[in-house]
Design a protein around this ligand. Structure first.
Ligand code: AHG
Ligand code: MN
Ligand code: MN
Length: 357
């Protein structure tokens, strides 16, 4: 018979196998409060969205109407893929009749989307990038989904979700990503560490794989699209020259932020998507790309910056606002920032000298 104080090896294995995502959320709260129940139910539905997307991706090359472009261009001016549309709809669908999420905002929708039946009681907003790295879909490489949950502030009577434009990323209640790789992984934080789960297809459940993930303070990887080298500011070029000259750095870039970030979270390093001279705000969007990842990385002991301020301090001026992104191991982010500060100092010195001459 099982000993009450010392669980047997088989009890331990069973307990681990039963640590599903929804149970883990409740464990994090250490209560069965309404908030804990809501967050557990929300995460469970995000997990369902992940399973639906993973299922479609795994058979995409065999099913009609799954690969390629729709012919539409989204609010970002980017060509929309069929998988973007499907995944966007999946996240809406899983929250219908849930009483949990009143509003959703995503990369693929110009304006926030409301689920009216949930609004009287569902005070949460879901921000998401349904498919991140969609250029990888047609060639069967890794892609991801990114999500963040926020509490709705005020009534939002005009349907403009202006409360989202008044708060920074520290107001996120939870954030995470799903990585569709050789296995499907879900990584999330509720503000109490970062935890990862692997989808066990035989159970159809995300099972805990690692708790309290800590990003190394330093790491060998730098991940950036060096094709943009001559469009970058001089400071980012300075940093790139530095890593070229110093042994120990290695480049990795997959074209899908979630995959590149996952590697850095596990092994240390830095991901950069800086602004360019023509587009100083960069490419990545704050509310559903850079802020959720910044929240996760800070929870894992790393940092995330625009180059001049912490990503989590940025307040967006519009729903689809963009920010430059420098994210990863604390010391590596600090190193990139030292090049930015250095150039800023030199530029202001030359401005002073020019004004004096
Ligand atoms: P999305 O597919 O959601 O538009 O995101 C693509 C992003 C990101 O995943 C990736 O790191 C970056 O864009 C790649 O951009 P470049 O092709 O400019 O390097
Ligand atoms: Mn993206
Ligand atoms: Mn996307």
């Amino acid at each position: 018979m099982a000993n009450q104080e010392q669980p047997s090896a088989s009890e331990q294995t069973l307990d681990r196998d039963c640590t599903t995502l929804s149970r883990h959320v409740l464990q994090q709260f250490k209560t069965f409060s309404p908030e804990a129940q809501d967050l557990s139910a929300i995460m469970n539905r995000i997990a369902l969205a992940g399973k639906l997307v993973a299922r479609r991706l795994s058979r995409a090359g065999l099913m009609a109407g799954t690969l390629g472009f729709t012919g539409e261009v989204n609010v970002q001016g980017e060509s929309v893929k069929k998988m973007d549309v499907y995944a966007n709809e999946v996240f809406i669908s899983v929250f219908k009749q849930s009483g949990l999420i009143c509003r959703l905002a995503s990369e693929e929708m110009d304006k926030p989307y409301y689920i009216p039946e949930n609004c009287p009681i569902g005070r949460y907003t879901l921000l998401y990038d349904p498919i991140d790295g969609s250029s990888n879909v047609d060639i069967n490489l890794n892609v991801g989904s990114i999500f963040a949950i926020r509490q709705q502030k005020g009534e939002d009577l005009d349907g403009a979700a202006t409360d989202l434009l008044q708060e920074n990323g520290r107001e996120q209640v939870a954030a995470g990503y799903i990585l569709y790789g050789p296995s499907t992984m879900l990584v999330y934080s509720l503000g109490n560490g970062v935890h990862s789960f692997i989808l066990d297809p035989s159970l159809g459940e995300f099972i805990l794989s690692q708790e309290n993930i800590q990003i190394p303070d330093r790491g060998p990887i730098y991940s950036t699209n060096e094709g943009n080298f001559w469009q970058w500011e001089e400071s980012i070029r300075d940093y790139t020259r530095y890593v070229h000259r110093h042994e120990g750095y290695t480049a990795r870039y997959s074209g899908a932020l979630v995959g590149d970030m996952h590697r850095i979270l596990m092994q240390g390093g830095v991901f950069l998507y800086p602004g360019t001279v023509k587009k100083p705000e960069g490419k990545l969007r704050l509310l559903y790309e850079t802020a959720p990842l910044a929240y996760l990385v800070e929870q894992a002991g790393g940092s995330a910056s625009t180059g001049t301020e912490d990503i989590l301090d940025v307040i967006p001026d519009k729903l689809h606002a963009r920010t430059p992104l420098i994210i990863g191991s604390k010391e590596e982010v600090k190193l990139v920032k030292s090049f930015i500060d250095d150039r800023a100092r030199r530029d202001s010195q030359s401005a002073v000298m020019a004004s004096q001459s």
